[in-house]
Design a protein around this ligand. Sequence first.
Ligand SMILES: Cc1cc2nc3c(=O)[nH]c(=O)nc-3n(C[C@H](O)[C@H](O)[C@H](O)COP(=O)(O)O)c2cc1C
Length: 209
Amino acid sequence: MNLNDMDMNFESLRNLMISDRTVRRFREDREVAEETLLRLVELTRYCPSGRNAQPLCYLPVTSDEEKGKVFPLLKWAGYFQDWDGPEKGERPSAYLIQCLDTKYGKDCLCDDGLQLEAITLGMRTLGLGGCIIKAFNAPKLAEELGIDERYTPRYVLAIGYPAEEVRIEDMPDDDDADFKYYRTADGVHHVPKRPLAQLIINTSNPESK
Ligand SMILES: Cc1cc2nc3c(=O)[nH]c(=O)nc-3n(C[C@H](O)[C@H](O)[C@H](O)COP(=O)(O)O)c2cc1C
């Protein structure tokens, strides 16, 4: 592979990551098959894992009955005080419930985030979008879905075909710039991202970062 090909690979990855935005409104009329969820979970086999313990596993949720149990336990978009989450018709077509299998450990270090990123990138390549959700009632979810106590739910990943546009906004190079996402009157969701300069620590002048 020559340098040009490597650059193209890097740009492809970068573009995939740019397009992999959180989506909270979906085309609920479009199904996501359980087989698709299994393909996505299969990607997690190739993720790094602390101690290589691989303690995470997933419960796929696709039936209307189970989706109806999951949805009320989720908190959507904490910054949107007057929005209770997607309306009927715009709700997720499926969920993956990421669980810690306590047989393999009490902690998963950062395996959870690495795997969620692998899955959401995979979703993007299939035209899917989603939302990683930490704000949910985990004990109630386990009870409602009959999850054995061996498994501790850690995250809910809401999945579907996007019904909203999400745009990255470049944040100014300013420590006090607002990082809250927002929605404009045209329904577009905007997500501010810090500039590269703010991500690099400048040891010769810590103040300027
Ligand atoms: C660890 C983690 C927890 C999150 N929990 C929630 C949540 O409970 N509810 C929600 O609506 N979004 C949640 N999100 C989505 C974030 O709000 C979203 O990633 C952030 O606004 C940046 O948008 P982006 O993913 O498009 O870059 C979570 C994301 C992460 C990484």
